[in-house]
Write a protein that binds this ligand. Structure first.
Ligand code: DGL
Length: 270
């Protein structure tokens, strides 16, 4: 039994870490497509090809359920994968819905019509591909009315994090928050719509100010995964052991992952 967690690189570790704390007995297979990161500057066809190749590899590793711990892949490829590519006995889930359910204070499976919610002005920080897909606004519109979303494409942040250049990442976060605030001076909530960004969550919160509630996906996705596995225990799959795969240089990726999670993480070549 193993659940697959996929990201273009290190960002999905923020989801993996929360999932491991919430489900300590579940083995996870993590796949970082580091050789092809960042995905956020690629087009939808390219993201689809890369994501299906990586998820196919996780199926081979014995995973029946794979979480796309990558908003960019969830936005650009997930629907197409679910419509025509995912085999009948496998499942691929994204990371948008748990986040939007939290923002709109909905329980899982609440399919009632869209309604007014407490938040009115939402800042979305995401990759250029996620922002241009408008997938977040689409999912939100199914559940809430009267919410004004201002999206900021945060070019460069993922590259800086992947390179371990956190000084550059912090400077870019500040400048993207400033740019957002010029368009929306007083957001009530901010969405970290890229799984890399929780690694800079303190910097986002500091730049936004204490009155802005920052939503990130780690715990929300972990909670929804726990709920899903309670309802579908058969989706745990065949794989037995936790492991980490990368298309990049395993030594370099392991060093960065160990730095971010502050525990030893060893990647193998995919
Ligand atoms: N961490 C990913 C996301 O959530 C992908 C970032 C990228 O590769 O550009 O969007």
């Amino acid at each position: 039994m193993a659940v697959g967690i996929f990201d273009s690189g290190l960002g999905g570790l923020t989801v993996l870490d929360a999932a491991q704390s919430r489900l300590p007995d579940v083995p996870f297979k993590y796949f970082a497509d580091s050789a092809h990161a960042p995905y956020g500057v690629r087009d939808a066809d390219d993201i689809y090809e890369l994501t299906t190749a990586a998820v196919g590899r996780l199926f081979e590793e014995g995973c029946d359920l794979v979480i796309l711990a990558c908003n960019t892949a969830s936005a650009a490829a997930l629907r197409r994968m679910q419509e025509g590519w995912v085999p009948r006995n496998k499942r691929v889930l994204g990371v948008f819905v748990p986040l939007i359910e939290a923002l709109t204070e909905r329980q899982w499976g609440d399919n009632s019509p869209p309604r007014e919610v407490a938040v009115k002005h939402v800042a979305l920080f995401a990759t250029p591909a996620t922002v241009s897909s408008r997938a977040f606004q689409r999912e939100l519109a199914f559940r809430a009315i009267g919410v004004d979303v201002e999206a900021q494409a945060c070019g460069g942040v993922v590259d800086a994090i992947e390179d371990g250049d956190l000084i550059l990442a912090e400077a870019l976060v500040k400048s993207h928050v400033d740019a957002l605030k010029r368009k929306m001076p007083h957001p009530d909530a901010a969405i970290l719509g890229c799984t890399h960004y929780p690694l800079m969550e303190q910097q986002f919160q500091a730049a936004l100010g204490p009155e802005v509630k920052v939503f990130s996906q780690g715990k929300l996705v972990a909670e929804s995964l726990a709920d899903y596995l309670t309802r579908h225990p058969d989706m745990l799959g065949q794989g037995q052991a936790t492991g980490y795969l990368t298309t990049g240089d395993p030594g370099r990726v392991s060093d960065r992952a160990t730095q971010f999670l502050r525990r030893k993480i060893e990647f193998q070549a995919a």
